[in-house]
Design a protein around this ligand. Structure first.
Ligand code: BTN
Length: 272
């Protein structure tokens, strides 16, 4: 079996070509089509194009490195070769479009569960960052098309130098575990948990994943500062039925936060 053969591996149906495919326990995620490349500008962008060209739900796009990896809120995502799992999954959710943003919470939960199988306990910083020992190890970027959603996940696996703005804020699994991790197992576990979480959302809405998500949250019940769009400071009280964060301000008012950057006291360097 070949491993990420360069320069280009597009695979449709039939026998697995990648080791992680042999580890899959999914019904559809990672099954119909796989796009693996050494280098891509962004796995999300590549998969959006594939979706527009008719790629089926469950198609997975992987790259060893991204030259223009995208983060939330228009930021870039640092994706050096071999240092992380840079993966996008195509979904065509069977639920009202206004509920599609819930997939971002489902993806964070799924990756948290996959990382837990490595013996670690990451927390979820609303809406979808995974945090370990106060450092961000994973981010998720959801992009939507007219009839599809691309769920892009960047999981830092290995340490190395970071750009100035990430120093002290970004961490990686191997840095924390002080042992090598098997990314094929993590990917297969992530796809399995993602499929389960999406099925729960389709069946019961947010309620289907709420308890599992909230149990891992490092945001709820803490003092937070919101920036990037809406500016607010308060106590993160709850998630409402749409997945928005409900803040209680010092003056007793409540605010509903739909998007933005949330800093949690004591997490990722915020200790004001
Ligand atoms: C964030 O800002 O926290 C979200 C980061 C999402 C990064 C992943 S890496 C794979 C996929 N392709 C991209 O261009 N971005 C996402």
């Amino acid at each position: 079996m070949q491993k990420r053969f360069p320069p280009f591996a597009h695979f449709q149906g039939g026998e697995p070509v990648e080791r992680w495919q042999t580890l899959l326990k999914t019904q559809w995620a990672g099954r119909p089509q796989v796009i693996c490349e050494e280098t891509l500008p962004s796995t999300n962008t590549c998969l959006k194009e594939a979706a527009k060209g008719g790629a089926p739900a469950g198609t997975v796009c992987l790259a060893k490195t991204q030259t223009a990896g995208k983060g939330r809120l228009g930021r870039s995502w640092f994706s050096p070769p071999g240092r992380g799992l840079w993966v996008s999954v195509l979904a065509k959710p069977q639920m009202p479009m206004e509920c599609w943003p819930h997939l971002t919470l489902a993806a964070a939960l799924a990756m948290a569960q996959a990382v837990e199988k490595q013996g670690l306990k990451p927390a979820i910083k609303w809406p979808n960052d995974l945090v370990l020992e106060g450092k961000k190890i994973c981010g998720i970027l959801l992009e939507m098309g007219p009839d599809f959603v691309v769920i892009g996940t960047g999981l830092n696996l290995r340490p190395g130098s970071y750009p100035e703005e990430l120093r002290g804020k970004a961490g990686s699994l191997e840095e924390i575990l002080k042992a090598p991790v098997d990314e094929d197992i993590i990917l297969a576990d992530y796809l399995y948990e993602l499929e389960k979480a999406l099925a729960a959302l389709e069946k019961e809405g947010l309620q289907g994943i709420r308890a599992d998500y909230e149990q891992r949250s490092c945001t709820l019940g803490r003092e937070v500062v919101v920036s990037g769009g809406m500016e607010a400071r308060g106590w993160a009280e709850a998630l409402d039925e749409s997945g928005a964060l409900i803040l209680k301000l010092a003056n007793g008012e409540t605010r509903r936060v739909l998007a933005g950057d949330v800093s949690v006291r004591g997490v990722m360097g915020y200790a004001e």
